[in-house]
Design a protein around this ligand. Structure first.
Ligand code: TXA
Ligand code: MG
Length: 368
């Protein structure tokens, strides 16, 4: 059983554990990470073992400032420096060519390294006190939603790690944006709170979207750019389906109020129908929706309840991101068998939201 410590007091002890090759779960502004010394291949192995994660899935290396980049990379393009100045510390991970100092076990065998400077006091103190860069994937068991509070870390990793720093619920709630700067054009490998639009504004050029983000499941044997993409991620235990109004796609996610109301009605009608069929088949059913639509759903059939969970208001996409993984875990805890979720726009902060919803749904989507 590991020690859970709230507040900054735990940081010194945690840093000592990192220096000795141990595993420490710690908060960041995005999700909780499972940290170890990024320069120690044996420590990286311990991370893979604790998470039950395949060791060809590379780890993100966390540093305390832009000054820590130089020794870890073999080239440092001006585009990277510009992004760091604008978005660090913050939820942006940048992939560059690695130096010899970074072990291949940390990068999953790749010649590139993913670097991130988190915007979180405790995380930054931990990196500084450790005196080494900290390799950290999200602190969940492989295949489960990322942890957004310390209790989620305990749920998944109790007894498998050495220490947990607890700072309450995180601010953002989905993993950092990842941009790859090792090719001719910048490529978005994972959408997050730093949006594609913001990256393009700073870089002054278009950012490509890695096809795996949109297509989901890789073909058998294909070599993905971000190796993590070939594994099932963020998934609740229940089978989940997205339900999307055709008009949303047709109008490129720009609906006026009347069109939106019509789309909401169509989606709710379909979900209510599907929920009824699923309940009659003996399933426990959940619905994931928003403040604006929650009144459209039937709450039960006879004495059987439908578990309706509200992500947040569509006027406040950050709240939707913040709540998503906690709600998916709640569905798991309630042993829900089937979840139906609404779809949202693909613009701005709705893009990372839709990306995580699609992954949780294993790409199952009904267009209505
Ligand atoms: O917000 C975050 O980024 C959180 C917190 C803890 O910082 N960390 C996180 O790590 O989400 P993780 O391991 O769950 O996601 C790491 C993903 C890999 O699955 C892979 O897709 C990508 O980052 N990645 C890491 N190194 C890479 C590299 N060298 N090239 C391409 N993709 C890489
Ligand atoms: Mg993860």
């Amino acid at each position: 059983m590991e020690t859970v410590v709230k507040g900054i007091e735990g940081v010194l002890e945690a840093a000592e554990i990192i220096r000795q090759g141990g595993l420490v779960a710690f908060p960041t502004e995005t999700v909780y990470g499972l940290g170890a010394n990024a320069l120690d291949p044996a420590a990286a192995d311990r991370i893979y073992a604790a998470k039950g994660r395949p060791s060809d899935n590379p780890l993100i290396v966390h540093i305390a400032s832009e000054q820590d980049v130089e020794p870890l990379v073999s080239s440092f393009p001006d585009t990277a420096a510009r992004l760091m100045r604008r978005f660090w510390p913050g939820p942006l991970t940048i992939v560059l060519f690695k130096s010899a100092k970074v072990p291949l076990r940390t990068t999953g065998g790749l010649q590139t390294v993913a670097l991130r400077c988190p915007e979180h006091k405790m995380a930054l103190r931990l990196i500084e006190e450790s005196g080494v860069p900290i390799a950290a994937p999200s602190a969940n068991l492989s295949g489960r939603p990322s942890p957004t509070e310390a209790a989620h870390v305990l749920e998944d990793l109790d007894g498998r790690i050495d220490f947990i720093l607890d700072d309450g619920p995180v601010g953002i709630g989905v993993e950092s944006t990842i941009v790859d700067l090792t090719g001719e054009s910048p490529v978005l490998l994972r959408p997050g709170a730093v949006t594609k639009e913001e990256l393009e504004e700073v870089l002054g050029r278009e950012v490509e979207i890695d096809p795996a983000i949109l297509q989901g499941d890789m073909e058998e044997g294909a070599q993905p750019k971000a190796p993590g993409m070939k594994y099932k991620h963020y998934a609740p235990k229940a089978q989940m389906s997205l339900v999307t109004a055709r008009v949303m796609k047709e109008k490129d996610y720009l609906l006026n109020a009347a069109e939106q109301a019509e789309a909401d009605e169509e989606v709710a009608d379909s979900i209510n129908k599907e929920a009824e069929i699923s309940i009659k088949a003996g399933n426990r059913v959940g619905i994931l929706c928003c403040e604006e639509t929650k009144g459209r759903y039937r709450t039960g059939y006879g004495n059987i309840k439908v578990r309706i969970k509200v992500l947040g208001s569509r006027k406040d996409p950050p709240s939707m991101l913040r709540n998503l993984y906690r709600l998916l875990r709640e569905f798991d805890a309630e042993a829900v068998d089937e979840i139906f979720s609404e779809s949202y726009s693909e613009r701005g902060l709705f893009f990372p939201l839709m990306n995580r919803l699609r992954k949780a749904a294993g790409m199952r989507e009904m267009i209505v």
